[in-house]
Design a protein around this ligand. Structure first.
Ligand code: ZN
Ligand code: ZN
Length: 347
């Protein structure tokens, strides 16, 4: 009983602190031309005023999790927000863009932040650098020790395309994006509907922000274009704006190559549909981490990550959403170890 009361008190304190620090979720107003697009989106439920998944999706299951005790919401918040059992350190290989090869390459900054250097162009996805916490509160959900080594110097001066998959704190990094808006030259930004207002608020010109719906295509130039697709997830940047903006995956066309940028997604029928639509992918960046039976429909287990890769018929799978933040109960390296073990059994 004492323990329960402690978790409850901590939960109340955390929520109060969160609300104190998180104001942009309800203070940043929708851009005028976006309101209309959102209202007419087939993925927006006008009755509830929120976006919805294609498949019926439960975000949080109340369950007995194996032999572990049933977790209260307060305990989930304590364990995930304050991360009492974070790893002491994580091995990181860092390098410098100055010594990067003059070829196509991928630079993974950890979790779901990465840079694609393709045909001399720089495409940056969901950047969180410089030890930015995946939370509105600077000391909650901080990166694992050693993983904050990448800074603004580790992204190019010119970013041809900035892709944001959704507004969650581990993907839309306010601190990093404000620095990019101030110090770098960004040519185009693609976001799902309703996310653009934050980018404008961080200092980017509205002229370069393309807010897209599932099914939209955006031509960047003769070599690059981006198709926006569904994901099975949710959104929210505060306690009061759940699913007010859209979440997405993308197919990046680079010449005749196709690269799937998965964002966050639970396993669903959409992977097979996208796989059938495109025939095959050359690369797929898919989430592999932060899963749990309690939220099994909005994040994928390693076996589902592999199933999604097979559905997409990708030649190469690059698993992300791991090794930097602890937003679930598994150890930091379990997603990679399990995915590799499953792959070895089914090569
Ligand atoms: Zn998310
Ligand atoms: Zn995420």
């Amino acid at each position: 009983m004492k323990k329960k009361a402690m978790y409850f008190l901590l939960c109340v304190l955390l929520i109060a602190l969160y609300l104190l620090c998180e104001t942009e979720g309800w203070l940043v107003r929708e851009l005028p031309d976006t309101q209309d697009k959102i209202a007419h989106s087939p993925n927006f439920d006008r009755a509830t005023g929120r976006f919805k998944n294609i498949e019926a999706t439960t975000e949080l299951f109340s369950i007995e999790n194996g032999d572990k005790e049933k977790r209260s919401t307060a305990r989930i918040m304590y364990e995930l927000f304050l991360n009492p059992d974070k790893p002491k350190s994580v091995p990181v290989v860092s390098g410098s863009l100055k010594t990067a090869p003059d070829t196509d390459f991928v630079l993974w900054y950890g979790h779901s932040s990465y840079l694609l250097h393709l045909g001399g162009k720089n495409i940056l996805i969901d950047p969180l650098l410089d030890n930015e916490a995946a939370s509105p509160v600077p000391f909650i959900n901080t990166p694992f020790k050693g993983t904050g080594v990448f800074s603004l110097d580790d992204i190019p001066q010119t970013i041809d395309l900035l892709l944001i998959t959704h507004d969650h704190y581990d993907h839309l990094g306010k601190k990093t994006l404000k620095k990019i808006a101030k110090n770098k030259s960004v040519r185009h930004i693609i976001t799902p509907l309703g996310v653009g207002k934050y980018l404008k608020h961080y200092g980017f010109s509205q002229d370069i922000i393309h807010q897209t719906d599932w099914g939209d295509s955006t031509k960047i130039d003769d070599i690059f274009s981006v198709d926006t697709h569904t994901a099975r997830h949710f959104s929210g940047r505060g306690m009061f704006n759940k699913n007010k903006s859209l979440w997405a995956s993308y197919v990046l066309h680079y010449g005749d190559k196709k690269i799937f940028i998965g964002g966050d997604s639970g396993y669903g029928k959409h992977f097979q549909q996208i796989g059938e639509q495109y025939g095959k992918m050359d690369w797929a960046f898919l989430e592999n981490g932060q899963y749990d039976a309690g939220w099994r429909e909005i994040h994928a287990f390693p076996e589902q990550t592999l199933s999604a890769a097979l559905d997409l018929k990708t030649a190469v799978l690059f698993p992300v959403h791991n090794s930097k933040y602890k937003i679930s109960y598994h150890a930091w390296d379990t997603p990679m170890k399990d995915l590799w073990a499953i792959h070895q059994k089914n090569p």
